[in-house]
Design a protein around this ligand. Structure first.
Ligand SMILES: [Mn+2]
Length: 320
């Protein structure tokens, strides 16, 4: 049974393919969008009743040129290309969402999430972000050890201390449009010390794998939706789902850059997507960190397929 859509007028999705890997060191993640397209993701989404188009307005060749001579700033690696990729994505996501369609961003690495969160929140100002991930991705330029910016997008989106730095300060909104009260994590199990402090000091709701074990995924998603809806039974706040495939256990989704054991099962990952779809409140979706180059062809294919499957689940594919 398909659910009513609360914030968009019709079932219309726009695929935004982002062949970008500059937020982390492992090449190959930029190949995921074309691999998902080759796996017929557009037709799969059409087959569950959606009108599907693709936005190809971002000049990724220009961003690749920037990446070629992208010197670190402080600890931040590839700051200019990451900033420009995220800025470009934010503009497309905002435009697509304001046109009444659901932007589906296919990464690429999770630094793109900075762009999607800012873009969707500009279009739908009260949007809650559900970030499904093994990692919190909330390091700042000061707290990051690796300097890989795919570990930092949420700190920039929230405008945390130390994030209004060149080149990001040229475009990220100040004051921020996203809010720590409208952010919730599911699936965390590898949190840096600096991130732990940030999560505590900003009272950010996080359901780790410990909570998934303790309460079960059904209850965790209920609590997550309660939280972002102001601890009411209402389910009408717009939701942006940013799904990092590394939230899943590496046995389920092996071909990803920073796998961490002890993750979500196949069904737990799909359940999150299905339950968010049932609210009718989904306004934006990211599927990131599939890297088809890391494992053998079979494991890469398995990971691409699960990425497509999670997108379908979030857009309403159901078991019955
Ligand atoms: Mn991530």
């Amino acid at each position: 049974m398909s659910s009513p859509l609360l914030h968009v007028p019709s079932k219309s999705a726009v695929l935004i393919k982002c062949p970008f890997s500059g937020g982390q060191p492992r090449k190959g993640v930029e190949k995921a969008p074309s691999a998902m397209v080759a796996a017929a993701i557009a037709n799969q989404v059409k087959s569950i009743g959606w009108e599907v188009s693709e936005d190809e307005s971002i000049d990724w060749d220009r961003i690749a040129e920037i990446e070629k001579n992208d010197e670190p700033i402080g600890k931040m690696k590839n700051p200019n290309s990451v900033s420009e990729a995220a800025r470009s994505v934010s503009e497309v996501v905002e435009r697509v969402a304001k046109s009444g369609k659901i932007p589906v961003t296919l990464g690429g690495d999770h630094s793109l999430g900075l762009g999607t969160v800012i873009g969707i929140t500009r279009a739908h100002p009260e949007t809650a972000v559900i970030w499904v991930d093994a990692h919190a991705d909330i390091n700042t330029p000061d707290t990051t050890d690796s300097g890989n910016l795919h570990g930092c997008p949420m700190s920039f989106a929230l405008g945390l201390e130390g994030t209004y730095v060149t080149p990001f300060k040229e475009w990220i909104p100040n004051p921020p449009v996203a809010s720590p009260q409208r952010l919730v994590y599911i699936g965390l199990r590898d949190i840096d010390e600096g991130e732990r402090k940030i999560l505590h000091s900003h009272h950010i709701k996080a359901f780790t794998m410990h909570h998934v074990d303790k309460y079960g995924i059904g209850r965790v998603v209920e609590m997550a939706l309660d939280h972002v809806n102001g601890n009411t039974s209402r389910r009408d706040r717009p939701i942006h789902l940013s799904f990092d495939v590394d939230a899943l256990d590496p046995t389920v989704a092996p071909s990803t850059g920073t796998p961490v054991r002890g993750g979500l099962t196949f069904r737990e990952g799909h359940y999150i997507c299905e339950a968010i779809h049932e609210t009718g409140a989904l306004v934006g979706l990211d599927l990131v960190e599939v890297n088809p180059s890391l494992k053998d062809p079979h494991e890469a294919e398995q990971t691409v397929a699960i990425g497509c499957s999670l997108v379908r689940a979030a857009l309403g594919e159901s078991l019955l």
